[in-house]
Design a protein around this ligand. Structure first.
Ligand code: PPS
Ligand code: MG
Length: 174
């Protein structure tokens, strides 16, 4: 089987990492080889001091695109959970990666503020940090996502099913 990439984009706290883990579990149980490329994890492992300037995000996102491309072309399903705030970079990902689907992982601001697993929104609200994606940092919403998911409205199981159904429609899963 050819691999493919499920690209989960969305602001901080929208539910990308949680959804990536649930998708991985489901696809592994179906017998597929799966890897998660999580932006936050890759940053912490490889370059914890990179920062969040436009240049830094673009460089980091390009590295993730390259990794996803290598995995995808070797029969592995790459699940990317990466804010990837810039449309141009996501378009580049679509061009570079053979079998690609873009999933917009959305949740309204009030829900993201309530979840706030890392306390980042609390800090942003107090003015202690700036440029938080989804608060005062740029996030260019997708306008041609293959799937749009509102994680405040759906259950994780429903989200996983919707993405798998779309992957089947696109011919990536048998
Ligand atoms: S990006 O924009 O694609 O480079 O982002 P990514 O690599 O996915 O990393 C996002 C995680 O970094 C933490 N963090 C921030 N995110 C956005 N903006 C600012 N200013 C920021 N500062 C720290 C945060 O934990 C993000 O993880 P998620 O899981 O998306 O919340
Ligand atoms: Mg995350």
């Amino acid at each position: 089987m050819d691999g493919f990439t499920i690209w989960l984009t969305g602001p901080s706290g929208s539910g990308k990492t949680t959804l990536a883990r649930a998708l991985k579990e489901k696809l592994k149980n179906k017998g597929y080889k799966v890897e998660i490329l999580d932006g936050d994890e890759i940053r912490n492992t490889l370059y914890p001091n990179l920062g969040f300037s436009k240049e830094a995000r673009e460089m980091h996102n390009r590295i993730v695109i390259h990794l996803a491309k290598l995995l995808s072309r070797n029969g592995i399903i790459a699940i990317v959970s990466l804010i990837s705030p810039y449309k141009s970079i996501r378009e580049f990902a679509r061009k570079e990666i053979n079998n690609f689907m873009e999933v917009y992982v959305y949740a309204p601001l009030d829900v993201r503020i309530k979840r706030d697993p890392k306390g980042l929104y609390a800090k942003a609200l107090k003015g202690e940090i700036s440029g938080l994606t989804g608060y005062d940092g740029v996030y260019e919403e997708p306008d041609n996502a293959d799937v749009i998911i509102d994680t405040s409205k759906m259950s994780i199981d429903e989200e996983v099913e919707l993405i798998i159904k779309k992957a089947e429609e696109l011919g990536y899963l048998g």
